[in-house]
Design a protein around this ligand. Structure first.
Ligand code: GDP
Length: 304
């Protein structure tokens, strides 16, 4: 019910738009499909993904000319869940950390303001609550505030934060963090990085340098490059995903602030556009307001 609350704005909006889309109709005809297309696009699903979904529904309509509008919800739910499944968005509710001596290393990327620090804090809390030994690294050394904010979260969650002073080499912080993690038998390491998109070459170099030093400590690191996107920013989130996927290999997405938007369709569009699984969603400012994304629960929440 937490999820329902977090997605309430999107849910209400989708519900009322869908009701309007089928008003006076009993069958799914071209006009209904046109309306549906608009519902998806105005919910930030993105044009390409919307067209893909409409095409799939058209296919089903062509096989069953008497498809009633009352079935539209179920069909949408199925087709969107299928899309998310194709993109490997998770459908489990537990953490499945690999069973091995080395920690699971998550490198977090994203621009300032998207909820990067908050998500790291919530994530650390989640792992800690699951009995894991968590280490944080403040490799966003570009802003003093970033380090301070992360320290506040580290204190709140009660996990160690490895940091240096502002302006120090991010790769060196990452290295220190992994070394400390190693000597203290950490299970999970989460490294914050700076996301300065206006200097793409720098960003690319910095991220690859951080990766390289990590690999000196753990050859397989990072296990995950997690891109944080503000789910309430629509096209900006798409644009940031484009830039970051060019700068480094992003392996998972966290969409934040879904509680504050009626356009949660961005979750579907971004995952599909970039073929990257959505792993976490932020649905509030509190420490517990980060959910492991579950595609079935997500579509159930939106379409029922
Ligand atoms: P950063 O600059 O990317 O590290 O962003 P912060 O983590 O400092 O977050 C920026 C603001 O967004 C803060 O006020 C957070 O409380 C807020 N925030 C982060 N995630 C969420 C979320 O899922 N929902 C809501 N409503 N606010 C969030």
């Amino acid at each position: 019910e937490n999820l329902d609350k977090g997605l309430a704005k999107t849910k209400e909006s989708v519900f009322s738009k869908l009701s309007r889309a089928v008003v006076g109709k009993s069958k799914v005809d071209d006009e209904v499909l046109d309306n549906l297309e608009e519902v998806l696009i105005t919910s930030d699903v993105g044009v390409d993904t919307t067209l893909k979904i409409i095409e799939r529904i058209e296919e089903r309509v062509s096989k069953d000319k008497y498809l009633g509008v009352s079935e539209l919800n179920v069909i949408l739910k199925e087709e969107i869940a299928a899309l998310l499944e194709e993109n490997n968005s998770t459908d489990v509710s537990d953490f499945e950390l690999p069973d091995r001596p080395e920690p699971y290393v998550i490198m977090v990327v994203g621009v300032n303001g998207v909820g990067k620090t908050t998500t790291i804090g919530k994530l650390a809390h989640k792992f800690k609550a699951a009995g894991k030994n968590v280490y944080l690294g403040a490799a966003d050394t570009f802003r003093a505030a970033a380090i301070d904010q992360l320290q506040i979260w580290a204190d709140r969650v009660d996990v160690p934060l490895v940091k240096q002073k502002m302006g120090s080499d991010p790769a060196s912080v990452a290295y220190d963090t992994l070394q400390s993690a190693k000597s203290n038998g950490a299970d999970v390491v989460i490294i914050d990085t700076a996301g300065r998109l206006h200097n793409k070459i720098n960003l690319m170099n910095e991220l690859s340098k951080i990766k390289n030093v990590m690999q000196k400590v753990y050859p397989g690191a990072p296990d995950e490059v997690l891109l944080i996107l503000d789910g309430s920013t629509g096209q900006n989130a798409f644009e940031q995903a484009k830039q970051f996927t060019k700068a480094t290999e992003v392996t998972a997405l966290a969409l934040t602030k879904l509680d504050g938007t009626a356009k949660g369709g961005v979750v579907i569009g971004i995952s599909d556009q970039f073929k990257i699984p959505v792993k976490y969603i932020g649905i509030g400012e509190g420490i517990e307001d980060l959910q492991i994304f579950n595609r079935t629960e997500f579509v159930d929440s939106l379409f029922s």
